[in-house]
Design a protein around this ligand. Structure first.
Ligand code: A5P
Length: 235
C-alpha cells in the first residue's frame, strides 16, 4: 500500500464524505480528534450556509465541545433522553471486521457512551488506520482511576502488554476529561483475542474503560489518494 504524503487532505476527504450522511433535524454525536476537527469545520459551514438546519451536536470531549462552539454548532449535554441519530468519530485502528482501537486522543469513555446511545456509528479514517490485526500499529489505551493505578501494571503485563503511563511533554500524567489516567499498552504481536482481552480488562476494578470498540461501528469511511471507500458491518 502506498500511503499518502498528505494525511490532512485525506482526513478532510473522509469528513466531507461523512457530512453527506447528516440531515437537518438530526441529533449528532460528535467524536474527538484531528479527523473530527475537519468534520466540525465542515458542519459549521453547512449550518451557516443554511444547507443544514436544527442539527444538535452531542460532544464526546471538552476539546470537541470547544471546537463545535467555535464552529457555531448547537450542543446538548449527554444524558437522559439524548440518543443521537448518528455519531461520527475517528479511530486509531480499524480491523477487517470493523472492530476499533480508539482513545489515543484521550476521549474513549465519553466516545463509547455516546456511541452506545446512538442509532448508528460511522467512523472516518485515512487509510493508515486500517490493520489486519488490532494492536499492530497503535497501543491500546486503558483509562484507569488514578488511585492505586500502579497496581495494574503487573496485571496488564500478564496479558502480554508492554505498559507505559501516558505523560505530557513535561512528564506530567495526562488526565482524561473524567480526571482519570491512561496506560498505553503495546502488544508486540498485536492482540490475539480482542473480545477476551476486553472481558478480562472490564472485570478489573479500577480500570474504567478501554479503547477497544468491538462490534460497535456500522460503517467506516476510508480516505486514500484513490478516493473514499466504505466498509460496512457484515460486508
Ligand atoms: C480520541 O480519543 C480518539 O478516540 C480519536 O477518535 C482517535 O484517536 C483518532 O484521532 P485522530 O483523528 O486524531 O487520528
Amino acid at each position: 500500500m502506498t500511503v499518502s504524503a498528505d494525511p490532512e487532505r485525506l482526513k478532510r476527504a473522509a469528513a466531507e464524505s461523512a457530512l453527506t450522511l447528516v440531515r437537518s433535524d438530526m441529533v449528532l454525536g460528535l467524536g474527538t480528534g484531528s479527523t473530527i476537527r475537519h468534520l466540525l469545520e465542515l458542519l459549521g459551514e453547512a449550518i451557516r450556509s443554511g444547507r443544514l438546519a436544527r442539527v444538535v451536536g452531542v460532544p464526546t470531549s471538552e476539546q470537541t465541545r470547544s471546537r463545535a462552539r467555535d464552529a457555531g454548532i448547537e450542543l446538548v449535554e449527554f444524558g437522559a433522553g439524548v440518543a443521537p441519530d448518528l455519531t461520527i468519530d475517528g479511530a486509531d485502528e480499524v480491523s477487517p471486521s470493523l472492530d476499533l482501537i480508539k482513545g489515543m486522543g484521550g476521549a474513549l469513555l465519553r466516545e463509547k457512551m455516546v456511541a452506545q446511545a446512538s442509532d448508528r456509528l460511522v467512523i472516518i479514517v485515512d487509510e493508515r488506520k486500517i490493520v489486519e490485526r488490532l494492536g499492530t500499529v497503535s497501543p491500546l489505551p486503558v483509562e484507569v482511576v488514578g488511585w492505586g493505578m500502579h497496581a495494574h501494571i503487573g496485571f496488564l503485563e500478564t496479558l502480554g502488554a508492554l505498559v507505559s503511563i501516558r505523560e505530557d511533554a513535561t512528564g506530567g500524567v495526562v488526565l482524561s476529561d473524567n480526571g482519570n489516567a491512561f496506560f498505553d499498552c503495546r502488544f508486540p504481536e498485536g492482540i490475539d483475542d480482542p473480545a477476551e482481552l476486553d472481558r478480562r480488562l472490564a472485570r478489573r476494578a479500577g480500570i474504567v474503560d478501554t479503547g477497544l470498540f468491538l462490534g460497535m461501528a456500522d460503517e467506516v469511511l476510508i480516505a486514500s489518494d484513490a478516493g473514499v471507500r466504505t466498509m460496512t458491518r457484515g460486508g
